[in-house]
Design a protein around this ligand. Structure first.
Ligand SMILES: Nc1ncnc2c1ncn2[C@@H]1O[C@H](COP(=O)(O)OP(=O)(O)OP(=O)(O)O)[C@@H](O)[C@H]1O
Length: 271
């Protein structure tokens, strides 16, 4: 049997741009940004897909209200192809579709990377302008295997304004800039930037500090793509499978739509 080349890329015919959404720290909003950026790109008219690479804590089935859904698997001789599930105009694939929601995935690194590669290679994306990949936090096996196996267009870094999140986001940026990796960082998204009470629409409260996203973007020489506000019902909406576009607070929807426009403009030559 021919030994597998670990650097051989997975063919994704029809997929024009693959963008990873990353951060060093957990809980800063990568999944929220990935899911809602994907929906916002679809709302702009682009053919959009989302791959949930957070194997140990998949959130796409919950964020899209698809917990009970199973993707269709097509057998072609020896080979299997999985058809992503479509919702809100986005084709979605997640390991979470294949495991019971209360079960944990107890996989060591090699098993996790093998599972990741299998899922990436068997998913049939079809014609896709933007494939968004939601990374788990950190700079470990999942990130490195995705980088090795896919032709990435670029990375978006998500951070909250506080110092610890920024320090970790810098580590993620460092991974993308490592000589053997060299994935362009497209820009920074600062999440939970400020809070505006509904009764006082002109006021902004910087609960986690101010200027962190700008500082990181400046240090990396990339644009600050968006400052997403902290909006009270985001948590409830994601838990009930709805996007931020259902929020009564239109501010956050507008911010995501602008983010999608910026990302598509950055990559306009690729679409
Ligand atoms: N702008 C926001 N306003 C209010 N709540 C938010 C916002 N962004 C994210 N959240 C909430 O914060 C929590 C963490 O968000 P999310 O799951 O997107 O983070 P993550 O970085 O993907 O986490 P993990 O590292 O565990 O994968 C979720 O409950 C989410 O609903």
């Amino acid at each position: 049997m021919k030994p597998q080349d670990p650097f051989e890329k997975i063919a994704m015919p029809g997929v024009k741009n693959v963008i990873v959404v990353a951060s060093g720290k957990g809980g800063v909003g990568k999944s929220t940004v990935s899911a809602n950026l994907a929906v916002a790109l679809a709302r702009e008219g682009y053919k959009t897909a989302l791959f949930d690479a957070d194997l140990y804590g998949p959130s796409a089935p919950i964020f899209f209200g698809l917990q009970d859904q199973k993707p269709e698997v097509i057998k072609e001789g020896e080979h299997e192809q999985i058809i992503p599930i479509e919702k809100y105009g986005v084709k979605i694939m997640s390991i979470g579709f294949f495991i019971l929601s209360k079960k944990s995935l107890i996989w060591r690194g090699p098993a996790a990377t093998a599972g990741l590669v299998q899922l990436l290679s068997t998913t049939q994306w079809g014609e896709t302008d933007f494939l968004i990949i939601d990374f788990p936090p950190g700079t470990g096996d999942i990130q490195l295997t995705t980088i090795q196996k896919l032709n990435l267009t670029g990375a978006i870094l998500v951070t909250t304004p506080q110092h610890i999140a920024l320090a970790d986001a810098q580590k993620a940026a460092d991974m993308f800039h490592t000589p053997l990796i060299q994935v362009p960082v497209l820009g920074v998204v600062e999440n939970m930037s400020y809070f505006t009470p509904t009764q006082h629409p002109d006021e902004k409260y910087y609960l986690f500090g101010q200027g962190g996203g700008e500082k990181l973007a400046h240090q990396l020489g990339v644009p600050l793509l968006a400052k997403i506000p902290l909006v009270a019902d985001v948590c409830e909406l994601s838990d009930s499978g709805k996007t931020i576009f259902s929020s009564a607070d239109h501010l956050i929807g507008d911010q995501f739509q602008q983010l999608a426009q910026q990302v598509s403009q950055l990559l306009v030559t690729h679409v």
